[in-house]
Design a protein. Structure first.
Lengths: 281, 166
């Protein structure tokens, strides 16, 4: 189940960024050389890591249809990640393709939000996390489908169609579990309570978001969060679940400061590619 | 002899023989994923769009397209992928839909524009491809491949795939 341990800031990076500079006030100000690349890594890594988590259910789903659904969703997410990371590699211009970015970066170079790397826990935790992310993801793709960068807009419009299926699936499960038995209700509420502190990071707005506005990628995170809360409130009400009160939020993934769980995930995800570099089949 | 005689029409004729590996009764042309074809000297450029982002069959399809065209006189084949406009099942024509039905897969309905979040799928029941009954129920929106949903016919008790409207 989720832990609150967040790795300490190592400052190391192989994304081509210079080490962080310090402003006179002592506030850490990262130097962003290629904000569009950085932005695309965030977008791609969220989906790669969540897709990998979902794929861990393959062969372990509670019923056959659900096992198939989870594997389908995992494939979609990895597909989105693949397209986004391929574009990231092009934008970076250092000859790295999507496989190089997925399999040959270390944890500190990953830019996913912490919520997607948390272990799956039970089915309620997996589905609650999926719902919280899916609702955010459809809104984000919807916003990005208006991006002036045609490459980003095309990927967003494409991915949005698939994510609509995902959010319907995960929200139906949240309602079914929350408004189900005492056991399923308790587990769904427990999952929601544990996950809530990881939701804030999804709506953080920083210098990278400011900088990609030059590429016509303009996402109003305040408005996005308001729309997200509208969806979440509606589903939680149907599910007879109680939305947790906002407390301190866990963050760090966007800057490469991850939980201990990411390293374990990567060791499994990357081992074949690293053991047999260049292998094709 | 050495001149490539492939015209655009000839390329399409070849592509019409390249079947979707997951649904081997309709071709990649009928599926609507061939967006453009261009022949320049000995090289054939084919622009495809993916059905679903994570569909593993896309790699297979690209290899099949290349193999088929090389076997029919192309010296080189370059397959490009585009994401916009996003593929929709509305590009599957009436004849291909009938082939799907005859194969035991309910053809897709119209891909209605839907809101961002639709909690329950409000749409008419899908007709059973085996007995034609509309007394069917949706079992899961995710099926044996990314493009299919699973239904069960209450009349003839047969579970069946639907090529989902997308």
């Amino acid at each position: 189940m989720a832990t609150d341990n967040v790795a300490t800031d190592s400052g190391a990076t192989d994304n081509g960024a210079k080490p962080a500079a310090f402003s006179p006030a002592g506030v850490r100000v990262p130097v962003i050389q290629n904000p569009l690349f950085e932005y695309l890594l965030r977008l791609g890594d969220d989906r790669l890591i969540l897709g990998h988590r979902m794929s861990e259910w393959c062969g372990h789903g509670p019923i056959l249809e659900e096992d198939i659904a989870m594997s389908n969703i995992a494939l979609d997410l990895v597909g989105h990640a693949s397209a986004v990371l391929a574009l990231a590699g092009t934008v970076e211009g250092r000859g790295r393709n999507e496989d190089a970015l997925a399999y040959f970066r270390d944890g500190v170079a990953f830019r996913n939000a912490l919520i997607v790397e948390l272990p799956n826990g039970d089915f309620a935790f997996t589905m609650m996390r999926q719902f919280l992310f899916d609702a955010y993801s459809v809104l984000l793709w919807d916003a990005l489908s208006q991006a002036a960068d045609a490459r980003v807009a095309a990927l967003a419009a494409k991915s949005l169609k698939e994510d609509k299926y995902h959010v319907r699936h995960s929200s139906e499960w949240v309602v079914r579990l929350g408004d189900g038995t005492d056991e399923s209700h308790a587990r769904a509420q427990q999952a929601l309570d544990a996950l809530w502190r990881y939701t804030g990071e999804l709506f953080d707005h920083d210098a990278v978001d400011d900088a990609v506005a030059a590429h016509g990628i303009i996402v109003d995170h305040v408005a996005l969060k308001a729309r997200w809360l509208g969806i979440v409130d509606d589903v939680l009400q149907r599910a007879t679940l109680v939305k947790p009160t906002d407390g301190p939020m866990r963050r760090g993934g966007r800057a490469g400061r991850h939980t201990e769980h990411l390293g374990h995930l990567l060791s499994e995800m990357q081992i074949v590619a690293r053991s047999h570099p260049g292998a094709a089949w | 002899m050495s001149e490539t005689s492939l015209t655009n029409d000839a390329v399409f004729a070849v592509l019409n023989t390249v079947m979707d590996p997951e649904v081997p009764v309709i071709s990649v042309v009928e599926l609507g994923i061939i967006r453009d074809v261009r022949v320049e000297q000995d090289t054939v450029y084919v622009t495809v769009t993916p059905t679903y982002s994570g569909c593993p069959a896309m790699h297979e399809i690209e290899a099949d397209i290349r193999t088929a065209l090389l076997a029919h006189g192309a010296r080189a084949v370059i397959v490009n992928t585009v994401f916009a406009p996003a593929w929709t099942t509305d590009w599957i024509g009436p004849e291909a839909r009938e082939k799907l039905r005859a194969y035991g897969i309910a053809p897709p309905g119209r891909a209605e524009p839907q809101g961002l979040i639709t909690l329950t799928r409000a749409r008419a029941a899908v007709a059973c491809p085996f007995c034609g009954s509309h007394d069917t129920r949706l079992q899961s929106e995710f099926g044996s491949t990314a493009c299919k949903a699973i239904h069960v016919c209450n009349a003839c008790r047969q579970p069946f795939d639907e090529f989902k409207a997308f």
